[in-house]
Write a protein that binds this ligand. Structure first.
Ligand code: FES
Ligand code: FES
Length: 182
């Protein structure tokens, strides 16, 4: 059968077997090996991608079911050369150890921040509760997500300050009486 979907903003069409899982479609057909496959029991969550903006375990979705939908993988997180704050957080706070669970963790926690820009530690732990890090604990992962939340909020505040001051400048300029000297 033929399937067409948008993957990381690009439309792709491929001939596939109806039983092909999305995780294998992404990895083996499209070569997007950032999405990992770590179990046969839908437990580990390393395969998490977004389907229409919602995190899903791609080992539980048939590629055919993703037809006509938008998929985003870890390869589609960065904007050009600029890493997403979640990716930066994982670097800054050592959220990745062996890195195997990292793609799924980043997709889940990016989706969390999209809905809840300032999650508590408990909320972060709940969000990733369907995912396993086999390396150690989750402390550095949680810290990475908090880092991203704090830095994203600071960046947004800077942008709004700049916009406000440039708007204030425009208003002041517009308010100059005609012929007046600045
Ligand atoms: S590969 Fe383990 S939950 Fe999908
Ligand atoms: S970093 Fe190794 S499994 Fe999580």
């Amino acid at each position: 059968m033929q399937v067409t979907m948008i993957v990381n903003d690009v439309e792709v069409t491929r001939e596939i077997e109806g039983r092909l899982l999305l995780v294998h479609f992404l990895r083996d057909v499209l070569g997007l090996t950032g999405t990992h496959w770590g179990c046969d029991t839908s437990n580990c969550g390393t395969c998490v991608v977004w389907l229409d903006g919602e995190p899903v375990k791609s080992c539980t979705v048939l590629a055919a079911m993703a037809g006509g939908h938008e998929v985003r993988t870890v390869e589609g997180l960065a904007k050009g050369a600029e890493l997403d704050p979640i990716q930066q957080g994982f670097i800054q706070c050592h959220g990745l150890q062996c890195g195997f669970c990292t793609p799924g963790m980043m997709m889940t926690t990016r989706a969390l921040l999209n809905k809840n820009p300032d999650p508590t530690e408990a909320e972060i732990r709940e969000a990733i509760s369907g995912q396993i890090c086999r390396c150690t604990g989750y402390a550095t992962i949680v810290r990475s997500v908090r880092w991203a939340a704090v830095h994203e909020a600071a960046a947004a505040a800077r942008v709004s300050e700049t916009t406000e001051s440039s708007e204030a400048g425009e208003i002041a300029e517009a308010g100059q009486p005609a012929g007046s000297v600045a």
